[in-house]
Design a protein around this ligand. Structure first.
Ligand SMILES: [Zn+2]
Length: 352
């Protein structure tokens, strides 16, 4: 029996050796486009040049397939792609682990939790696509990053749904801010998407301060509103009774740190050219934002497990269904904002 297995392993090893000796052209048809080697910052249009990143750029105007295959190429966007690409399966694994440990049934009470997961996977997916394909052309660069902003707006609203239905305290929901919370979160989600799209299309490199203001003010306002019920709970509820609160603290800490790395090009600012492939501030931002999402999922699952039996009674069917309808509406609204901004770019006769 073992001799038979050894014989088979030997045959397999020989086959692999034979396969690895085959010339490249025998495996891949000559017509099959493969990614070109990376080039320096000075060789790509100014739109694609990132501050203090001097090399590792993919040439523009390659075949789409080259950008898809660049997933396995070493370039200055590789880690931006992989950090969010790997976060998706990790998030799903944590989801299933929590389903096993804490229980989950697909019904109205679990709807906001499911929408939070969908929103998280949406922003991760749009981010991966943007970083993978944006180098194709200026047109593609704008389009995919606008969709990335749509993903962020959807994620903000997914967080708001989770925080409102599972985290918020009754006394907070009865306050003015609690009453306006969900419509406000939808409004600021659209506003941050519009602000980011406008700033990206309006300002060219070197970017003026106004660009940061257009991006950061609506995004910061949206975050301040979305995190409100969490902060209220952290300040008013005993930590010993609530296993979710340490996770909420971690989600806030990781988000604030991620915002720092998103806003400032550090550490590459201090080491120009040394962080071209590994160590860029944007890569650290991706990792911290993914961690923030993981901590949110853990916290929301703990709270869902405690509140699912009373959720329908507390909020009523109508409000939970409204959450179900408003989520895709916000998604479509974000896409509309992105497409309208794209059409303005065409009108402004940008050469693609
Ligand atoms: Zn990114």
């Amino acid at each position: 029996m073992s001799g038979d297995i050894l014989q088979r392993l030997n045959t397999l090893t020989l086959s692999i050796k034979h396969f690895s000796r085959l010339p490249h052209s025998d495996l891949i048809p000559s017509s099959f486009p493969s990614p070109s080697p990376t080039i320096a910052a000075s060789q790509v249009p100014i739109l694609f040049q990132e501050p203090y990143i001097l090399s590792g750029y993919r040439p523009v105007q390659q075949h789409w397939r080259c950008y898809l295959l660049s997933l396995f190429q070493r370039h200055n966007e590789s880690l931006n792609v992989w950090t969010h690409l790997l976060a998706g399966p990790v998030l799903l694994l944590r989801w299933w682990a929590n389903v096993d440990a804490l229980g989950y049934t697909l019904d109205l009470a679990s709807l906001p939790l499911s929408l939070f997961l969908v929103s998280s996977l949406t922003y991760l997916f749009f981010s991966v696509v943007a970083h993978l394909l944006q180098s194709h052309s200026e047109h593609a660069h704008y389009f995919f990053f606008f969709m990335d902003y749509v993903g962020v707006a959807v994620y903000q609203y997914g967080c708001a749904l989770g925080h409102y239905f599972y985290t918020s305290e009754p006394v907070w929901r009865e306050s003015y801010i609690g009453l306006l919370y969900l419509p406000g979160a939808a409004f600021f989600g659209c506003l941050s998407c519009a602000g980011c799209c406008f700033a990206k299309s309006r300002y060219q490199r070197p970017y003026p301060m106004q660009r940061k203001i257009c991006q950061l003010i609506p995004t910061t306002l949206a975050y301040m509103l979305v995190i409100c019920p969490v902060v209220h709970r952290l300040l008013t509820v005993s930590w010993t009774q609530e296993p979710s609160l340490p996770f909420h603290t971690l989600q806030i800490a990781s988000f604030l740190l991620s915002a720092l790395f998103f806003s400032c090009p550090i550490p590459e600012r201090f080491f120009p050219g040394y962080c071209d492939f590994v160590g860029q501030g944007h890569q650290i931002f991706h990792v911290l934002l993914s961690l923030c999402t993981m901590f949110q999922l853990e916290a929301l699952f703990q709270e869902y497990a405690r509140r699912r039996d009373t959720a329908l009674e507390v909020f009523g069917e109508r409000q939970l269904w409204w959450a179900c309808v408003s989520f895709p509406a916000l998604f479509l609204g974000g896409i509309l904002i992105a497409l309208i901004t794209m059409s303005f770019l065409f009108v402004c006769s940008i050469t693609f």
